[in-house]
Design a protein around this ligand. Structure first.
Ligand code: GLA
Length: 382
């Protein structure tokens, strides 16, 4: 289908078709720019790209997404400059820029994209767009770059070319996740482990609730949190907040007594890293049910200490746990987007209905609820 749409757009066939998924983060939020731990898994929703190389330096990008203006965006690889200005096309163009800036030869491409990753839902549709571009060009141009390295280049595209100061989690999740697993990632040295996470086998389900709200100030607030964490690390004399061990937390908080803005940020990051370790221990012990309260505790920390939640996300958590969910938390950057809710298979429908009813009672737009199944990372389809 994607190949046919490529042919309709460009008049010839593609050389191949690739896919890269969106993600949800199970635990480890706002830790990735503090050199900490994260634990995302890939969704079955993907961005698919049909791609052919060009030798003349032209980069032509086309998206079937109803969210974007339908025309082909035409750029030239020699003229790509950070700052972009081409809207959605900045993400794939930024990847081409980052690859070339790292010394790789890319002489142009025609790309047609299609996506089932919900946009604006905090499920990393932009990382999927970047990573699918990177894996396709890596293969077609014979660059031989490993998935984690492609993720780094995609992060550079997002940080420098697009100008969003995000961490490394989303791109690594899209590039490196495997079916049936959550990805434990140390964002300092990018060491990783695939942790078996088969909820259905244990009679469980993880619901994703897309609140369908994005609060306008989210990007600025993200940057502020990041800057606050860096400032706190400087005050505490460490490279990153990851370096504060949990038994050093009290001493660190005492040192920050005169910094009421910074103190709760540190408390969140240090306790959140510990929660990631706890979830790994529980999953490895085969006790997936027991991660529920850890997820809910993580949400409280994001809401009260890190202050990146919003009423809609809080309502998913309170209505979900109130209706019998084992645990729930916002996932991703916050200020809207999605939350995850861990439920017994038998209670899934009731919990989902309770959350939807609570949204209706509050006068909020109806949320979108679906079941998350840990799926494969980026791959070639044909
Ligand atoms: C966004 C960013 C990630 C990460 C999360 C919060 O998804 O893209 O790098 O910082 O927020 O955990």
């Amino acid at each position: 289908m994607t190949a046919d749409a490529f042919r309709t757009t460009y008049g010839t066939g593609p050389e191949g078709v690739w896919a890269a998924p969106g993600r949800v983060n199970l635990i480890g939020e706002h830790t990735d720019y503090n050199d900490g731990f994260v634990m995302p898994f890939a969704l079955p929703h993907t961005t698919v790209a049909a791609v052919a190389r060009r030798a003349d330096g032209r980069l032509r990008l086309h998206s079937a997404s109803p969210d974007v203006d339908g025309g082909v965006v035409e750029l030239h690889v020699d003229e790509l400059e950070p700052g972009g200005g081409a809207g959605w096309a900045d993400y794939p163009a930024g990847v081409v820029w980052a690859l070339r800036d790292a010394g790789h030869v890319i002489t142009g491409a025609d790309i047609h994209f299609e996506s089932t990753v919900p946009t604006g839902a905090g499920l990393s549709s932009s990382a999927a767009l970047e990573v699918v571009t990177a894996v396709a060009l890596n293969e077609l141009y014979g660059l031989g770059l490993e998935p984690w390295r492609l993720a780094r280049l995609c992060q550079r595209a997002e940080n420098v070319y697009v100008g969003a100061p995000t961490g490394i989690m989303d791109q690594t999740a899209s590039a490196c996740c495997t079916e049936g697993h959550a990805l434990w990632l140390d964002t300092r040295d990018l060491s990783q482990r695939q942790i078996p996470f088969d909820m259905a086998a244990q009679g469980l389900r993880l619901l994703v609730v897309d609140t369908r709200v994005t609060h306008a100030h989210s990007e600025g607030e993200y940057g502020k949190r990041r800057a606050g964490c860096e400032q706190a690390a400087a005050v505490l004399g460490v490279d990153a907040l990851r370096d504060i061990p949990v038994d050093g937390l009290d001493a660190a908080l005492e040192q920050l007594a005169g910094e009421p803005e910074l103190l709760p940020l540190v408390r969140h990051v240090v306790t959140e890293d510990r929660r990631v370790e706890r979830v790994v221990e529980l999953l490895e012990a085969g006790d997936a049910r027991a991660i529920g309260p850890v997820l809910t505790e993580g949400h409280a920390s994001l809401r009260d200490d890190f202050r990146v939640s919003c009423p809609e996300l809080d309502l998913v958590v309170s209505a979900g746990t109130g209706a019998g969910a084992l645990g729930a938390r916002m996932t991703g950057g916050g200020f809207g987007g999605s939350a995850i809710v861990l439920v017994e298979e038998a209670a899934a429908e009731k919990v989902a209905e309770s959350v939807v009813a609570a949204f209706a009672d509050a006068g909020y737009r109806e949320p979108r609820v679906f079941t998350a199944v840990p799926s494969a990372g980026a791959r070639r389809l044909s």
